[in-house]
Design a protein around this ligand. Structure first.
Ligand code: NAG
Length: 369
């Protein structure tokens, strides 16, 4: 009898603790197809929310955001971590990473953040880096992108310990490697490989923060981080948020720089690919551009991976209101919708989140962690 009971428990545990995963091109949790609905937190104190004791100081202001999102009917949140290395990870004077943070609270900060999210049934997608602004005067992020030895120090001393510490946490939705790398890409570079050729991005706006990086370097940066995450936690999901689908599709005369092929070509690490894609979308002077997700179905991009529309807002919504925007994303084959952003414009965005919360045709939204 005792032996039978032990077997029964072992068999039941995996069912009870199902993690978000992807099956047949859809997010699945606890055996049910799920649509990710929510928003970007994205920070309370930009670059100063985690590590070095900062989380415990900010938590009282952050926890209500999880609660409000849950009450509106949301199930997921994108939350930014390192930005450009303002406070984490810890670097030495040569630009090598020596730890997750200086004071040794980072790992528990991440875990406590996820424990807090779990209380409200919110999946968190930690976003590690930001390339949408250039505030990297100390060249910390720059070193990791350009110098493989520095990148490896980040993987060994910070990323793998972080991933290992929160591995399998039910509130961990997935890892988002960077916000909008295109902010610092050099457009109009000719190359024999479409992975590295950015002529299609000429006059697209890419490089708005500063024209600093070649795709060879940026793709290695992603390939190695994704591989490190999946080597440490084989069930982890990895994504990255592009500023516009223009850099992330082979349709519309563009190049998908973030295909499995391009990531492996640049970095050489087999596991270092994305599980799902994430498009950001803002209209310009009231109009959507020709590749905007709000004028297409997810299948129009020819990607064969789930696509989350990971940033959008009514203010640059091409004339749509927030409710129409959430409904459009839900109804057109996308796998999730995260608005920008919950702290600044939460009341507006929670209306959109509430408007789709009971829909089921493209996946259920309420989850239980
Ligand atoms: C294409 O890009 C790769 C990687 O950056 C580089 O090594 C190669 O020299 C480039 N080719 C040309 C023709 O510039």
């Amino acid at each position: 009898m005792k032996i039978a009971c032990v077997f029964l428990l072992v068999a039941l545990v995996p069912l009870a603790s199902s993690r978000l995963h992807i099956n047949n091109g859809h997010f699945v949790l606890n055996g049910q197809r799920v649509f990710l609905s929510g928003g970007n937190l994205p920070w309370m104190s930009y670059g100063y929310d985690f590590g070095d004791g900062q989380w415990q100081r900010n938590k009282d202001r952050i926890e209500p955001q999880f609660k409000k999102l849950h009450e509106a009917g949301g199930n997921s949140m994108r939350f930014w971590i390192h930005m450009q290395g303002e406070t984490t990870p810890a670097f030495n004077d040569q630009g090598f990473v020596i730890g997750p943070d200086k004071q040794g609270t980072m790992l528990d900060d991440m875990k406590d953040m996820l424990d807090t999210a779990k209380k409200y049934n919110i999946l968190v997608f930690p976003c590690l880096w930001n390339a949408a602004v250039n505030q990297d005067s100390h060249n910390r992020l720059n070193g990791l992108i350009k110098d493989p030895h520095k990148l490896q120090s980040y993987l060994d001393k910070a990323l793998k310990p972080m991933v290992n510490h929160v591995k399998g946490h039910p509130a961990l939705g997935g890892w988002d490697l960077m916000n909008e790398p295109e902010g610092m890409m050099i457009p109009d570079v000719h190359n024999e490989s479409s992975c590295y050729d950015t002529t299609a991005l000429k006059n697209s706006g890419a490089g708005w923060a500063e024209k600093k990086y070649l795709y060879k370097d940026m793709l290695r940066f992603f390939n190695w981080q994704a591989a490190a995450i999946k080597t440490t936690d084989s069930g982890a999901l990895v994504t990255m948020g592009v500023w516009n689908p223009k850099s992330n599709t082979d349709h519309f005369n563009m190049n998908n720089h973030y295909s499995d092929f391009c990531l492996r070509k640049a970095g050489g690490r087999q596991k270092g690919v994305f599980d799902f894609y994430q498009f950001h979308s803002y209209s310009w002077q009231g109009k959507w551009d020709e590749v905007a997700p709000f004028t297409h179905k997810a299948s129009d991009y020819g990607l064969h991976k789930p696509i989350v529309v990971g940033e959008f807002w009514e203010q640059d919504g091409g004339g749509m209101d927030i409710i129409e925007m959430f409904k459009y994303v839900y109804n057109n084959g996308y796998a999730g919708a995260w608005s920008w952003h919950l702290v600044q414009r939460g009341d507006n965005q929670r209306k959109g989140i509430a408007a789709i919360k009971d829909k089921t045709s493209n996946g259920k939204i309420p989850i239980s962690l």
